[in-house]
Design a protein around this ligand. Sequence first.
Ligand SMILES: Cc1cc2nc3c(=O)[nH]c(=O)nc-3n(C[C@H](O)[C@H](O)[C@H](O)COP(=O)(O)O)c2cc1C
Length: 400
Amino acid sequence: MSLSNKNILLGVTGGIAAYKSAEIVRGLVKKGAGVRVVMTESAMRFITPLTLAVLSKNQVNTGLWEGDQERIDHVSISSGSDLFLIAPATANTLGKIAHGLADNLLTNLFLTFKGPVVVCPSMNSNMYLHPAVQANLEILRQRGVHIIAPAVGELACGVEGVGRMPAPEAIVMEVETLLMKRAKLSGKKILITAGPTREFFDAVRFISNPSSGKMGYAIAEAAARRGADVVLVSGPSLLPKPAGVRLVNVVTAEEMNEAVMSNLKDVDAAIMAAAVSDYRPVGRYPEKLKKGEEKISNDLERTPDILENAGKRKNGFLLVGFAAETEGLLENAREKMLRKNCDMMVGNLVNSSRSGFESDENEVMVISKKKDTVDKLPLMSKRQAAERIMDKIIEEMGLD
Ligand SMILES: Cc1cc2nc3c(=O)[nH]c(=O)nc-3n(C[C@H](O)[C@H](O)[C@H](O)COP(=O)(O)O)c2cc1C
């Protein structure tokens, strides 16, 4: 059974979909998981603890003040669990866990639990789409909480819209996939670069590009979720540090090169998603240049070629390059892969309005040297693309 030896802590909150939690328990138990349920006061208005206790074959905990004082239940219940699933997750509970409030057993356990957390928001669509709820979900997502998006359909309140909790079987399947994926990269060290670099020509002005870092950060998140020890070397980016990742901030191509070279030792894979400036101004004025001459000039010189340098130092790790092109994508990406001694290349066109530098979406192709294959992925969110790219990298590393 796929979930034998796995223990799942299931938190049930007071949404109308709480009745579906019985099916979630059954689904998890059927796959061999041990299930422990905690419920909020409101959840007990929708489904009885007895039902979930019978199905989970375990005691159900509902209150902070119940139980044996010596065991300190508000902390100990979650220890030994491999994953904390909150389904359904009400707007109220999402708000509390996003802000660290801990006024019931479930929210206390959220703060004590160190493993992966999955939440299934489920509510009326106006509630779900409210900026406050969306902001709370964003906070949780940035902290590494896995969110199973609600489905669109007829809601219990009679209206059509987004907010329905997905079918219990789909939730069980997602939990299963997540636990299986998590193990894939444990013990592996992965170095990722992201964002632009800045090459200054005076004290305040620089040559750069519009890279936001979104693609590289999404890959770092995807690798960390799979259990990898991730070092993210990032040029200037406004994005928050992804959960569970070691972040090294750099500004110039020279600094990025140094950070990459000093972290390459004992990596299992290096994924170079940064948009590095190929050239930098030769002269750098120490102060801000004053407006004066009609024309001024400054020569440009090559910056270190980080991908090429990593390719020269390859000692068994997998090297993945990125090729952002405005034309001839496949030919250019393939040629770059061979020239720079890469094992894989992710190519994307950067002159489309929906895909590329600053966009939230990307349309990429993944080229493998060993397999001699090109996988063209459709336009999708950078987060989804990151998951697919990581799947391919894991396959290439022989870890699937
Ligand atoms: C009939 C009824 C149905 C409700 N359904 C939902 C729901 O589906 N999602 C939700 O976020 N809140 C729902 N609520 C509101 C929550 O029960 C309420 O916010 C409660 O404080 C949640 O507590 P908890 O998060 O501690 O479980 C519903 C309330 C009622 C009375």
